[in-house]
Each structure stands twice: as structure tokens, then as C-alpha cells.
Design a protein around this ligand. Structure first.
Ligand code: UDX
Length: 440
């Protein structure tokens, strides 16, 4: 299959490289010449495990090319995927579709024959209809059709997620489009991935409903964690106890400092907009958005209370800045409000992250960083684990405790066993581990 991919952001680059790896002939198109040049030199615009090698291997075999020229890129393509950004619009939180529509207009003019236009970007319900309207208006070739094929990959595990999806969702009423997409995804059927054919609006809504539901799950366990602390229960065991029920499932029940990233915060807001416009407000998701915002804002308070009520003049080490491990992405990361608030209250904050420090410096004014976890702990009154990178999971706690000035270990990801940490002489505070707290 000849495939064109418009947009080389997270989804576009990963999907393009994976389609090429299936044996398809893929050209990725992006307006940003600097980005295309860099990719052609083997420098990836994003930090994603395995991506650089996958791009190189497929480019070397002549199955994957990159260009800024859309006309060239879509030449002879049977399917053109749109994977440009849909950031939250300032003010109303609605998805900003200007990049999508601009790409569609250019595409309509660039196409020399009919193609299946597939949206991979997360777009509000009804966007496919608007794309079809624009294509017709701009005189796209007769027989061009529009399908929705939302992507569910997670950053940091993007290639594995793409190649082993739980399901593939394809929304279209067009028989030819269905056949083209079935052919494109055929290699995944060997991995037993089910493909779901639905209407276009259904596929569009499925993506938002999935992300909103996961956000609900996380916020639910975060609130249960707070309750565990108050009543002397352990949320890790509660999560396991409920997660073993097949109807609930064990995933996305890890309590933490609140969800962040490029999808959940943006997509929940966009879903609320769509729902309000449709006159069917989503009260659960609405509450979850508020609960998550409050949660992030409350994390600094945990540090303050571990330090006896004030952080003024205290040195606080932060382990992990990215919104989750295996990424350098800082978008809506819980570390941002935490560090800003501690700094405003007079703390001297020093941080380390294996990948996100450069990005973090651009988002947190005056951020001081160290070279590793032990350097962060050196002389610190408190150490806060914000992102559960693997390299923070097996730190030598005795060594940490020996170099720290104070003893507070605030583990916002429940990486450590409370007893083990206490044995090292640390004052351990996890999330929702009521049992581990000393009786008042
Ligand atoms: C998410 C969806 O998982 C993916 O299907 C969709 O396509 C894009 O959005 P991503 O944002 O990359 O992917 O990360 P994810 O692993 O889902 O984590 C999102 C946030 O939730 C992170 O801040 C993470 O720390 C937090 N989280 C996740 C929890 O706090 N607890 C959990 O149990 C799971």
C-alpha cells in the first residue's frame, strides 16, 4: 500500500514508521523544514524508545521517506492519514482544528487521484463530516472518501502499543475505505487485534470516551487513596483487591499526583465542550477535571506538611519532571505546579529527570537541576518522587539517607516499600498508605 502521513508529531511519526515496518510504502509530510531535515539526518524530534532505530531501518530499506512537499508526498497514495496537532484552544478548551482544516485544504489541491483520507488526530465528533465538506468544496478528486481511525498509543510505549493494539477502530460508511484500512492493518490481525468498523461519528466519540474513562479511573483511585490515608487502609492493596475483579481490571489504578500529558487534560476538556454544545453535559467528566486540577495543586501541601508546616529555606530534591516515565514530555506535568508552589513558598528546589530537564527548564523559571538522584538528595531536607522512572526504583536508600540533611521521602508514585524506607531511617510518606503512617 502507498500511504501518506501528514504531520510528523508523536502520532504521525510513530504511525508512519510502524506502517513502513509492516511493509507499506510510506511518505511522511510536514511543513516544518527543520524537523524534516533533522529526521532525514536521523535526529528524532521526540524522545521515544526504539523510534530512531525503527525510522532508520525503514528509511534505509526505502520504505519510509520524509518531505515538506505535500504534492510529492501524496502522489499515488491510496490512503492519506492526517496526524497534525489538535491543541486545546485558549479560552474554551475546545480542540483547535485549524491545523487539520488547513492540511485538508492543501491536500484537496495536492491529490491527483482519489484516496481514502483518514483522521488519526483526535478530533471532535462531526469533524469527519466537515473534512468531507471541505474536500468537496476544494475540488478533491471524485471518489475521495473520509474515515476516522483514532490512535490509542501511549507515549513511552508508542511502538509496542501501535503494533499490539487492544483494538483498531475504523469509522466510515464507505466500502472502499473499509477495504483499504483492512488491508493496511492486516499485519496486526496476526497479533489477534480486533478491528471494529463503525460509523464515523461513533469512531470519533470512542476515542474521547476511552480517554475520559481512563481519567475517571485514575481520579477515582486518587480519591480512594486520600480516604485510605484517613482511615488507615492501604490503597495499593485496595487497588489490587478491586482490580482482580475482571469487570474493573487492574490497569490505571495507580494513585499519584494527578494525570498530565498531551491527551487526558486536553481530551477531557474537548469532550466537555462537545457535550455542552450537544446539550448533554457530562457531569462525571466535569468533576474529574476539577478533581485532577485540585489534586495537582495539593501536592506541594504534602511536602510542606512533611517538613512541619513550612518549606521556607528548605532544600527540596525532586526526582522526575516528565508527566510520566520514558518521555521528555512536560505537558501538564504534575511537577510544574509542585515546583512553582514550593519555590514561591521560599524553598530551594533541585531536580533531576533522565530525559525532560531541557524541556522543563523552558517551562519552570529558574529551575535548578543536578546530574543524578544522589546529587539531588545531597543536603536535601526532603526528597519527592514525582515520576516513576525505572532508575528511581532501586536507589540505595541508605546512601540517600546518609547524604540528606533531613529525612523526608515523599513518594508520590508509591515506588518504595514503606517499611524498607523506614529501615533506612527515612520518614516515608507515600500516597494512600494509611497503614504505614505512625499513629497520631
Ligand atoms: C494516553 C492514553 O493512555 C492513550 O491511549 C491515548 O492515545 C493518549 O493518552 P499518554 O498520555 O501517553 O496516553 O499516557 P498514559 O500512560 O495514559 O498516562 C497519562 C497520565 O496518567 C500520566 O500523567 C500518568 O502518570 C497518569 N496515570 C496513569 C496515573 O496517574 N495512574 C495510572 O494508573 C495511570
Amino acid at each position: 500500500m502507498r500511504i501518506a502521513m501528514i504531520g510528523t508529531g508523536y502520532v504521525g511519526l510513530v504511525s508512519g514508521a510502524c506502517f513502513a515496518d509492516f511493509g507499506h510504502d510510506v511518505t511522511c509530510v510536514d511543513k516544518d523544514a527543520g524537523k524534516i531535515d533533522a529526521i532525514n539526518r536521523g535526529v528524532m524530534p521526540i524522545w521515544e524508545p526504539g523510534l530512531e532505530a525503527l525510522v532508520k531501518a525503514n528509511a534505509d530499506r526505502g520504505r519510509l521517506a520524509f518531505t515538506t512537499d505535500i504534492k510529492d508526498g501524496v502522489k499515488d497514495a491510496e490512503a492519506v492519514f492526517i496526524a497534525v496537532g489538535t491543541p486545546a484552544r485558549r479560552g474554551d478548551g475546545h480542540a483547535d482544528l485549524s491545523f487539520v482544516f488547513a492540511a485538508v485544504r492543501e491536500l484537496a489541491k495536492a491529490l491527483q487521484g482519489p484516496a481514502v483520507i483518514v483522521t488519526k488526530s483526535t478530533v471532535p465528533v462531526g469533524t469527519g463530516d466537515e473534512i468531507a465538506r471541505i474536500l468537496a468544496e476544494e475540488g478533491a478528486p471524485e471518489g475521495t472518501s473520509v474515515a476516522s481511525n483514532p490512535e490509542f498509543l501511549r507515549e513511552g510505549a508508542a511502538i509496542a502499543d501501535f503494533k499490539h493494539p487492544d483494538r483498531i477502530v475504523v469509522g466510515t460508511d464507505d466500502d472502499h475505505a473499509r477495504e483499504v484500512l483492512r488491508e493496511i492493518y492486516r499485519p496486526l490481525f496476526l497479533n489477534k487485534a480486533p478491528i471494529l468498523f463503525t460509523g464515523r461519528r461513533t469512531a470519533e466519540l470512542t476515542k474521547y470516551a476511552a480517554n475520559a474513562f481512563l481519567a475517571v479511573k485514575i481520579s477515582f483511585i486518587n480519591e480512594i487513596a486520600d480516604l485510605c490515608e484517613a482511615v488507615g487502609a492501604d490503597v495499593q492493596e485496595v487497588a489490587r483487591g478491586i482490580g482482580l475483579d475482571n469487570r474493573i481490571g487492574p490497569k490505571f489504578l495507580h494513585p499519584g499526583p494527578g494525570y498530565g500529558g498531551s491527551c487526558f487534560p486536553k481530551d477531557t476538556l474537548a469532550l466537555l465542550q462537545t457535550a455542552n454544545e450537544a446539550g448533554v453535559p457530562q457531569r462525571i467528566v466535569n468533576t474529574v477535571v476539577k478533581v485532577n486540577d485540585d489534586r495537582k495543586a495539593s501536592m506541594a501541601g504534602r511536602v510542606t506538611s512533611a517538613l512541619g508546616g513550612s518549606v521556607k529555606g528548605k532544600r527540596i530534591g525532586v526526582l522526575g519532571l516528565a508527566f510520566k516515565p520514558n518521555t521528555d514530555d512536560m505537558r501538564d506535568a504534575a511537577s510544574i505546579p509542585l515546583i512553582q508552589s514550593l519555590t514561591e513558598d521560599g524553598a530551594d528546589v533541585i531536580a533531576f529527570d533522565p530525559a525532560a530537564m531541557d524541556n522543563a527548564k523552558g517551562m519552570i523559571d529558574g529551575l535548578a537541576c543536578a546530574n543524578d538522584a544522589y546529587a539531588v538528595a545531597n543536603g536535601a531536607d526532603a526528597l519527592v518522587i514525582v515520576t516513576e522512572w525505572d532508575e528511581f526504583r532501586a536507589l540505595d536508600l541508605d546512601k540517600l539517607a546518609a547524604t540528606m540533611r533531613g529525612k523526608a521521602l515523599i513518594d508520590l508514585r508509591n515506588v518504595y516499600d514503606p517499611e524498607e524506607a523506614e529501615k533506612a531511617g527515612l520518614d516515608y510518606r507515600g500516597i494512600g498508605r494509611g497503614r504505614a503512617r505512625p499513629a497520631a
